[in-house]
Design a binder for this molecule. Structure first.
Ligand SMILES: Cc1ncc(C[n+]2csc(CCOP(=O)(O)OP(=O)(O)O)c2C)c(N)n1
Ligand code: SF4
Length: 312
């Protein structure tokens, strides 16, 4: 399915449904919630959400839920196993004609980066190996948000978290979840941002159409954990793309394609200076960390440009 076949060509093609209703207990300005709103609007109401413990498991607090489809809560490690059970049950109901084909539902895992890059990886690996037909949505707020923004496998080098409070911030490096999944030969992979809704809609449309295991990694600015005013969430999402910090890309049929190459990339400082978690990088003696970050981003895009030029 080529992106030119998409039903979403212009912003006015985007649905204004708000399938996920308002009035949840999630923080104001949550970029993860914004992306999930947009994703569910494309997937539609016939969606079963299997939710690993994290911020978004607070969306449904009995007896209230903003979901119009079904919702299942699991432990952090086992959402893909839960998704397998739901898919198997649906397949059985279809095979025995207890439900009609048009009553089938899309099975979706919803998890944070802590589950996706660490605690839930082994169940994920098993689900991909079994070619489970599901979409794994990781809202990446780059930390264990629900428990107070401790460092996770998704935390970027140099960011301050509640477990990396030192003058240099987090000394580890963000795990490359896209490459981890790619090494497992999934059906489809994509990175998205709620601040780029047209690009997001096209990718969700594709993930829905392609059978097999798919991953969507949604950039999720987190005012509470990243320390910025909630009204700046969309701007931070845009800056992540314009500085090249968050590449928008997809993987299909063994190939990675960048869906938006930022022209005239802005310096990474434009993105960093908006967030309290990076404030220490502007202290005397830490300029080298910003230089390293800029060098990493430049090296990434040099490599993308070279492979586009050579076709490799
Ligand atoms: C095995 C396990 N360890 C720790 C916890 C406590 N816990 C609940 S939610 C959470 C944070 C999850 O982080 P992430 O997956 O990134 O989602 P977010 O909270 O950021 O939405 C943690 C550590 C748990 N539920 N299970
Ligand atoms: S802590 Fe961050 S990711 Fe979690 S709900 Fe609040 S803004 Fe969203």
């Amino acid at each position: 399915m080529k992106i030119t076949d998409s039903a979403f060509k212009k912003p006015k093609d985007l649905p204004g449904l708000h399938i996920l209703s308002a009035g949840t207990s999630i923080c104001a300005g949550c970029g993860g919630l914004q992306a999930i709103h947009e994703i569910l609007d494309i997937l539609g109401p016939k969606t079963v959400t299997v939710n690993a413990a994290g911020c978004m498991s607070l969306l449904s607090v009995y007896p209230f839920t903003p979901f119009s489809g079904s919702w299942l809560y699991t432990a952090m490690a086992s959402a893909p196993a839960g998704a397998q059970g739901v898919r198997d049950a649906l397949d059985r109901l279809l095979a025995t004609k207890k439900i009609a084909a048009d009553e089938d539902m899309q099975v979706v895992v919803l998890s944070g980066d802590g589950s996706a890059t660490g605690i839930g990886l082994s169940a994920t690996s098993g689900a991909i190996d079994r070619r489970l037909d599901f979409i794994y949505i990781c809202y990446d707020n780059e930390g264990y948000g629900n428990t107070g923004q401790q460092s996770s496998g998704g935390t970027p080098h140099g960011a301050r978290t509640t477990t990396s409070r030192g003058e240099q911030g987090y000394c580890g490096h963000k795990k490359d979840l896209f490459s981890i999944w790619k090494a497992n030969h999934p059906a489809y992979l994509a990175t998205v941002s709620g601040a780029e809704p047209l690009d997001l809609a096209r990718k969700i449309e594709k993930a829905r159409a392609i059978k097999g295991p798919s991953l969507i990694i949604a950039f999720s600015p987190c005012p509470t954990g990243w320390h910025f005013p909630p009204q700046e969430s969309i701007e931070i999402g845009r800056l992540a793309v314009r500085t090249g910090v968050w590449p928008l890309k997809e993987y299909e049929d063994g190939k990675v394609v960048h869906t938006k190459i930022p022209a005239g990339r802005l310096p990474v400082t434009e993105y960093l200076q908006k967030q309290g978690r990076f404030a220490h990088l502007f202290h005397p003696g830490n300029a080298y960390l910003i230089k390293e970050m800029q060098a990493d981003v430049d090296a990434y895009w040099d490599c993308v440009e070279k492979s586009a030029a050579t076709g490799r």
